[in-house]
Design a protein around this ligand. Structure first.
Ligand SMILES: CC(C)(COP(=O)(O)OP(=O)(O)OC[C@H]1O[C@@H](n2cnc3c(N)ncnc32)[C@H](O)[C@@H]1OP(=O)(O)O)[C@@H](O)C(=O)NCCC(=O)NCCS
Length: 196
């Protein structure tokens, strides 16, 4: 008899938040985070390397993101989380797993940190935690990261988190009206954990 796969929606509903790392927690985005999102995301370095972050970033963009994350979580299609530093509760950035769909066992990871919080390993910790949750709790088998070629920090982060480079996808997306190629990285559930 065929076994009906547990839907991502059910698996997400079973998660208990916060997801706890060593120094960071991943928490559900809520309206009080919006002020921090606006302060951190008004730095053009995030819009430059991502597809859906506008610049300038306004309060209404942050509010929309919170609503979008709530809807994505409830439908089971998308898990967007806020990265919070445990020691003082500061909002550091965001991470997410996109394209979670019933019957599929792959997803794409996205991530960003406010500039002042970069270079300290917080993103590595947050992405690691999310990816482990994706494999162990959401039943994913393959997680991909797509990175614009010039984004050295993101390429390095993907490798630190155990993602392997699989190739360049030519003219894969349009950004600001221009075709852009992306570099595809992926990690498989059975890959050895990253060595650091
Ligand atoms: C991509 C991005 C999240 C990477 O942030 P980051 O700060 O480089 O990543 P981490 O927080 O993991 O920090 C890693 C750095 O901290 C250092 N570090 C310090 N302590 C560390 C620790 N305990 N563990 C890991 N790294 C540590 C590492 O050596 C590394 O520095 P290096 O790059 O000089 O070698 C960030 O550059 C960003 O938000 N960019 C804009 C948005 C973006 O590009 N998103 C991705 C789209 S694909």
């Amino acid at each position: 008899m065929a076994v009906r796969p547990t839907s991502p929606r059910t698996r997400i509903a079973r998660l208990r938040f916060p997801l706890r790392g060593r120094r960071v927690d991943l928490v559900i985005p809520v309206p009080p985070h919006v002020r921090s999102f606006v302060a951190l995301l008004n730095d053009p370095s995030v819009a430059r390397w991502t597809l859906h972050v506008p610049h300038p970033y306004l309060t209404r963009d942050g509010q929309k993101w919170v609503r979008h994350a709530t809807a994505g979580r409830r439908s089971g299609r998308w898990l967007g989380l806020t990265v919070v530093r445990r020691s003082d509760g500061a909002v550091l950035g965001g991470v997410g797993l996109h394209d979670l769909e019933t019957g599929r066992t792959r997803a794409e990871v996205g991530y960003w940190l406010g500039r002042e919080y970069r270079g300290q390993g917080y993103a590595t910790e947050a992405v690691d935690l999310l990816v482990r949750t994706g494999f162990r709790r959401l039943g994913l088998h393959r997680i991909e990261a797509r990175v614009f070629p010039g984004n050295a920090a993101s390429r390095a982060l993907a490798r630190r988190c155990g993602f392997r480079y699989e190739g360049r996808m030519r003219d894969e997306v349009q950004k600001d009206g221009c075709w852009r190629s992306t570099l595809l990285f992926a990690r498989i559930a059975s890959d050895p954990p990253p060595r650091r």
